[in-house]
Write a protein that binds this ligand. Sequence first.
Ligand code: NDP
Length: 314
Amino acid sequence: MAKKIVIIGSGPAGLTAAIYTARAGLQPVVIEGFMKGGQAGGQLMTTTEVENFPGFPEGIDGPMLIANMRKQAERFGTEFILEDIDRVDFSSKPFTISNSSRTLATHALILATGASARILDLPSVKTFWGKGVSACATCDGALPIFRNQQIAVIGGGDSAIEEATFLTRFASKVLLVHRRKEFRASRAMQNRAFENPKIQMILDSVIEEIYGSQLMEGIRTKNAITGEISDYPCRGLFMAIGHTPNTAFMQGALELDEKGYIKVRHPSTATSVEGVFACGDVIDPHYRQAISAAGTGCSAALDAERWLQANNLG
Ligand code: NDP
């Protein structure tokens, strides 16, 4: 039998949509997903302190915030399934979503699959992945191999600055490598990094190579202006170079923009397929905040609820 509503994604957007649709009596099913080896709960699961989510004057741990949202959704009757979805079929109603072990039919669908961290396109990234190279400072930064070592972060956005600052807790020194002089990060974050004596900026520079033997031992950079090549010994390299929306499995099923984000009819969360709604980072290359994702999660729930009612399916 078809479900009334299925939500794919379990970050702040998906869980907020679950809380709202569960309270509306729609018995939502949340496909938590773990993005092929990642983990359920989205990007907040790899964050330490969240200081800007309203309602927590002292801040809250990212995983704790997600655990609380999940509990709240569960309390109102949300069902959770921990699996990735490989295929969606919107060509007939009810819609179907499936993977190798199951197919679910649903009248309405909310896509809240978020975005994933980008990694540098260098063969040595694969060679030293897990041997010093990582895309998540909050997951791996405290590992013993990085203690009191020099480590590097690449990127010039808020993530890079946040990760570099976080890593100064463990490292003897953090090299912040950025391909330009100007940072994309907010002024407040930049100031924090510039004032930190443990952070050294390596600007106008790209990473050409990561080298080492069993573990990574350093990076080779090239100055984009002078062409000068430099070697920096370091035990770790953390990538913070942006994100890609998690929409690969829905290509061709609905309209995406040129970067792969789902197109919605602002201010609503309706996608190009009637009955399919989208929210969170998968529709938002701009703000990408937990609170804005939760906000659009609420909108998607209300949009879906109204659509189900209007079609006598709720
Ligand atoms: P951004 O897209 O903002 O920044 C990505 C950075 O990586 C840019 O500086 C970019 O350089 C650089 N970059 C991209 N590709 C490459 C490459 N191939 N080689 C070298 N450098 C590369 O991503 P973030 O993850 O930093 O931030 C995403 C959003 O999340 C932003 O809106 C940000 O404000 C928000 N955020 C907020 C936080 C907070 O408020 N606490 C914390 C973290 C993120 P260039 O600048 O030259 O394009």
